[in-house]
Design a protein around this ligand. Sequence first.
Ligand code: CS2
Ligand code: MG
Length: 403
Amino acid sequence: MATITDARVIVTSPGRNFVTLKITTSDGVTGLGDATLNGRELAVAGYLRDHVVPLLIGRDPARIEDTWQYLYKGAYWRRGPVTMTAIAAVDTALWDIKGKVAGLPLYELLGGKAREGAMVYGHASGGDVAELLDDIARFRDLGYQAIRAQAAVPGTPGSYGVRHGRGVYEPANASLPDEQMWSTEAYLDFAPGYLAAVRERFGFHFHLLHDVHHRLTPTEAGRLGRRLEDLRLFWMEDPTPAELQESFRQIRQATTTPIAVGEVFNSIWDCQQLITERLIDYIRVSVVHAGGITHVRRIFNLAELYQVRTGSHGATDLSPVSMAAAVHLDVTVPNFGVQEYMEHEPVTHEVFRPTYELRDGALHPSTAPGLGVEMDEEAAAHFPYEPKYLPVSRRADGSVHDW
Ligand code: CS2
Ligand code: MG
């Protein structure tokens, strides 16, 4: 029986900060797991190095479920983004190893393909409506069948989701949290108009998505959803903070605009009521933040029973390692919906070499054994960590709002 002989935490910053766990077995097989938690990376790195790695040495790498239970129940202090991101990294690395030992791409171990590729959505944005429409056109020309639209709200600099220049949108942009002003009234007055402008220009032959990013009350979210119904959104994302799962009943009563939630969730308990009461249409949990492939598959299986589809988070603060794992899962689950896909900066691929492929608006998983991602540790050493924080949102009266 092979054993785990080494587990190393690699913190590197090719384009942005990433934390990666690399596990090595006595047979010399290695596996990778993403452990990146945007703005709190070192908390996960420390949790792994100080409290998980010592427990892994000598364990059987094939016993993925047992290791998951051992790390989850053995910690006593359950759940939370740091704990579940650390467990996720171990889980993903062990699945990578299992695929390599079997000589099979991960999707073959997860039941084989249910579809050739995973439809993705890209992030179109603009400093004004004209810029947004140009960016939508760019994604349409690239063959995207699903596109998220976000435009700057006049009078509120730092609006969520708006890229500056041609680079990718990276919200964790400052060594201390950037404080951004938020006005619900200005947003609610402006957003329906620019989303309608997208439909007027491009019609209805592609999926249009929008991210509210936790900013509204359930009442406001219901009002917005109702205003957007004729625009036939694929989804309205994170309409309100989701700690109070029952609050989504009010949104559901107000509108038929589909709802997507879950990128900040880290366990099945965060979304059990949302799913079992069908308060959402898409669940957005990610492999890196919700306990890895083992736990995300559990959540997706529960969602399938309630006709809730998947729509996994896939922003640039999720590394190519967890993107690769997501695509292997996406092509196998029966209730797949869409996969978020923000292309990483080219410099990120100097360290991470994924082999998934984007073709005709869909991501196709690697056919290499395991995840199909290599990591260049020498290159990683050239990109030292730099503290970067997500912004803080404040209302006009100075009080903190949801960013
Ligand atoms: C966003 C993310 O991709 C999304 O839907 O909500 O950009 C989110 O803001 C970041 O992942 C936070 O790190
Ligand atoms: Mg989001």
